[in-house]
Design a protein around this ligand. Structure first.
Ligand code: ADP
Ligand code: MG
Length: 357
């Protein structure tokens, strides 16, 4: 093993079939040591199967699994030296907290003194010092999740796999645990391969995200890139609210609803005809005849205004009955537009792209 490669992870053309169905189709990715990497996608897109091939629970039909620069394709799970947290990988009910956390070290027959020191350290990291003698039934959901996290990191693995670890927690606790996981992995320099179907969770936590669609990686990149520069309508819609307006290519511009000439960002005119993408928060709204922002502008009429507190979300009807969503920050002195109001929407060319339909 070459020095510095210990935390590296790679999949090379990995494929898994069940009967006639290919559930992971030639997935390749390379993750440098210390990266927080997320597999994001809808249910059934192949996230768990991909993670299970990394763990060794599922054998790939084709391709290679590389861990720490070594070919581990044929190595069973316990030879891979990984930490793991799974959604339904509950903590053992017949063991107390300290015994649960110690488990990976006990199995390895580590010396007693070392086990005690590592367990104390791991419990401190997840803020459960003092809970050593409790059992699962005496812990809240969030505390059980922290025990599972302590168990995953107690052996100081260079690579930790997590499959929807926060799925069962309520929103506040989830946010708290997201911060905790991020912080601990950064402190230990651990490579994390994280699976979630929650786009916000993926955007907050990850260095890079791979969006999976039917067993393939649809797009991969840093959160901001995949959010702002989606390459397909699927990626655009999966990562949040997206306007996808019927449009066709017209020279170096785009003909949008009503034939209005619009400009799209560079490198974003891949298709002759398709969908013009722009996020609702990039669309400015002003009274008809008011100020516009950027090269693109469309007249419309407010159909619906939802007051969300910090944001007002408008549904605006434009030509050809198309609807554009526009999120306006509820800042100081921001005027509200009412249903029926004539308005003008505008956005910058670089905030929109023409995607294949
Ligand atoms: P995800 O984690 O993204 O929800 P999975 O990897 O669990 O997706 O599943 C991907 C696809 O593979 C699904 O269609 C699922 O039904 C199928 N699948 C997963 N495991 C098996 C199995 N052991 N036998 C047959 N089909 C499976
Ligand atoms: Mg899954």
């Amino acid at each position: 093993m070459s020095a510095g490669m210990e935390g590296a992870v790679a999949l090379e053309g990995v494929t898994k079939r069940y009967g006639a169905e290919t559930v992971v189709a030639g997935v390749s990715l390379a993750i440098p040591p210390g990266e927080f990497f997320t597999l994001l996608g809808p249910s059934g897109s192949g996230k768990t199967t991909t993670l299970s091939m990394l763990a060794g629970f599922v054998m790939a039909d084709e391709g290679r699994v590389m861990l720490g620069g070594q070919d581990m394709t044929q190595v069973p799970p316990r030879g891979r030296g990984l930490g793991m947290v799974f959604q339904n990988y509950a903590i053992f009910p017949h063991l107390d907290v300290a015994e649960n956390v110690a488990f990976p070290l006990t199995v390895r027959r580590a010396p007693k003194a070392e086990i005690a020191a590592r367990v104390a350290e791991a419990l401190e990291m997840v803020k459960l010092t003092g809970f050593e003698r409790r059992y699962a039934r005496q812990l809240s959901g969030g505390q059980q999740q922290r025990v599972a996290l302590a168990r995953a990191i107690v052996g100081h693995p260079r690579i930790v796999l997590m499959d929807e670890p926060l799925g069962a927690l309520d929103k506040n606790l989830r946010y708290h645990m997201q911060v905790e996981i991020k912080e601990i992995s950064r402190r230990l320099g651990t490579t994390v391969i994280y699976v979630t179907h929650d786009q916000e969770e993926a955007l907050t936590m990850s260095d890079r995200i791979a969006i999976m669609e039917r067993g393939r990686i649809a797009q991969m990149g840093p959160p901001r890139d995949v959010y702002e520069k989606p390459e397909t309508a699927f990626v655009a819609a999966f990562l949040g609210e997206a306007n996808l307006l019927p449009a066709r290519r017209d020279g170096d511009a785009v003909a949008g609803p009503g034939g209005t000439r619009l400009l799209a960002g560079s490198g974003a005119l891949a298709a002759p005809q398709g969908l013009l993408f722009v996020r609702p928060e990039k669309v400015a709204i002003a009274p008809a005849g008011g100020r516009t922002e950027g090269a693109n502008s469309l007249p419309g009429q407010v159909r619906h205004a939802s007051f969300l507190g910090n944001v007002v979300r408008y549904q605006v009807e434009v030509a050809e009955g198309a609807t554009v969503l526009c999120d306006a920050a509820n800042g100081a002195g921001t005027p509200l537009h009412a249903p029926g109001d004539a308005v003008r929407l505008s956005w910058r060319a670089e905030d929109s792209r023409l995607l294949a339909a």
